[in-house]
Write a protein that binds this ligand. Sequence first.
Ligand code: DAH
Length: 356
Amino acid sequence: MTVHPLQSRFEADIASAADLAALDAVRVAAIGKLGVVTQLLKTLGGMTPEERRVEGPRLNTLREGVTAAIAKRKSVLENTELDRRLATERVDLSLPAAVAPRGSVHPVSQVMDELTEIFADLGFAVAEGPEIEDDWRNFTALNIPETHPARAMMDTFYIAGEHERPMVLRTHTSPVQIRTMQSEPPPIRIIAPGRVYRSDSDATHTPMFHQIEGLVIDKGIHMGHLKWTLETFLKAFFERDDVVLRLRPSYFPFTEPSAEVDVGWSIEKGRRVVGGSEGWMEVLGSGMVHPRVMAACGLDPDEWQGFAFGTGVDRLAMLKYGMDDLRAFFDGDLRWLKHYGFSFLDVPTLSGGVGA
Ligand code: DAH
């Protein structure tokens, strides 16, 4: 059997195909539907048996030879292409990530994360409660009976409909104290951050805002523990060692004795900042857990003592990061968020601060 004269021509074309596209063009011209070899094979039908005996094997060998040569060349070209891409498309992992910032962490979330982090380091767990709370846990169990004037000070939104107990949008995070004491035995060390509601609205009050509650129940707890905890927390939160506290005697129905806590401020670069003691401002409410509150939760006040505190998360954010209108927190204005928001990569820690 003689080799078909076209064999060497196609083999030369295949060998010189510089890329996959050129190779494919040769394939189409040779063994494609209308390719030369395909057309030649079609002529076999019109040949005499003798001609076919000679031409048939020659043409089949031609087609197989061309097909095999194309496959071989194809794998060579593919490897070359891969080598080229590996050489040119190298990823430099040491370059800064090209992450397009898509949004930012809202200051309220940021401050809650900071507080959670600080208190976690002091051994406090995070507790939660529902925003729609029963009026017994929101008021009565906290030693605020039905006729107590504190109810009027915390006017809120009542939920319509028939319930076992009247339901309210919680006016503070203090009912989480009740829930925790009801559901777990002491010793207890929790904080409870969350949303609260009151029918209030002006530059420093919004109908919805955020608080964080703290509760410690153990044996032999006294006000020294309360003061140390608050001092450690406020120094860590404001990232300054010169935070000075002033505990003022006060009244809350659920604590006895009760203290309002002020921090000292001073003027730096024309701005009032926390630290020093040029003046005082109130930052939180606190006290020793009232025996009646413990009793309402089934704890013996002669056996257990505790302290509690509560403060506004939004207000802490304003003091630390310098916003002056609370309402802007909840407007959802992207320009405000861009200005005051935080990168999701700024993970707060007690020792490392937050580095806005
Ligand atoms: N629940 C109080 C409020 O919303 C704040 C508060 C004061 C919480 C004293 C406490 C506390 O736990 O001990 O005004």
